[in-house]
Design a protein around this ligand. Structure first.
Ligand SMILES: [Zn+2]
Length: 210
């Protein structure tokens, strides 16, 4: 039963990550994007909370059984289990607070990494906002602003020419598209790359605005 419960949570974490990737890649409207990401984050927090409460309850049950066995000889009363269980849960909640579990949860870390890679961050109110330098302008390899963007003819992802050609030669032609969630699993060839004048134009416009 234990494996089943945590297995289900692992599936939920995986599905939330997939949905997060889809939202980051496909939702253009910034407000909608922030709204969906916030909802996904809330699902993760609920799951981590549930996982934490189940872990605490399991531990409390173990402690209760051990303590009840000690006291049973004097007082064989079923009510004693309820009281001992409540007491154990209370103590464990103080010892391992939920905030700590949320701060350390791997699923939430993965989520925040995904947002960071896509330049979405939380503002002082805790709202998620896409930062000025949009995903399109960052090279997925160096994570730096592109200067000479080229597009992969097969999957349409854009990279900086310098980064992608150096990765292709370093990997001896085995480098695959590094864009998150890209379905193209073929190694990239230099001949797959073409100019990306649209991105270049946007980069120039953006630079002028700064
Ligand atoms: Zn790609």
């Amino acid at each position: 039963m234990e494996v089943g419960f945590f297995g289900i949570l692992e599936n939920v974490y995986e599905q939330v990550n997939e949905s997060t990737t889809s939202v980051l890649e496909s939702v253009e409207d910034a407000n909608l994007k922030a709204k969906y990401l916030k909802e996904l984050e809330e699902i993760l927090v609920s799951c981590v909370t549930t996982q934490h409460k189940v872990a605490i309850t399991r531990q409390a049950v173990k402690e209760t059984i051990a303590r009840a066995q000690d006291e049973e000889t004097q007082e064989p009363d079923a009510n004693i289990y309820d009281d001992l269980l409540e007491e154990s849960i209370g103590e464990l909640e103080v010892d391992s607070p939920l905030e700590g579990a949320i701060a350390q949860a791997a699923s939430l870390k993965t989520f925040k990494d995904l947002l960071e890679q896509n330049n979405v961050s939380a503002n002082s109110d805790g709202d998620l906002v896409a930062t000025e330098c949009s995903n399109n302008f960052l090279d997925p390899i160096s994570k730096k602003r592109m200067t000479d963007p080229v597009r992969n003819k097969i999957c349409d992802h854009v990279y900086d020419r310098g980064s992608i050609t150096s990765m292709i030669s370093k990997s001896k032609n085995k480098f695959k598209c590094p864009a998150i969630g890209c379905a193209n699993r073929k190694p990239i060839k230099v001949s797959d790359l073409k100019e990306a004048p649209d991105v270049k134009r946007q980069l120039t416009l953006q630079k002028r605005r700064q």
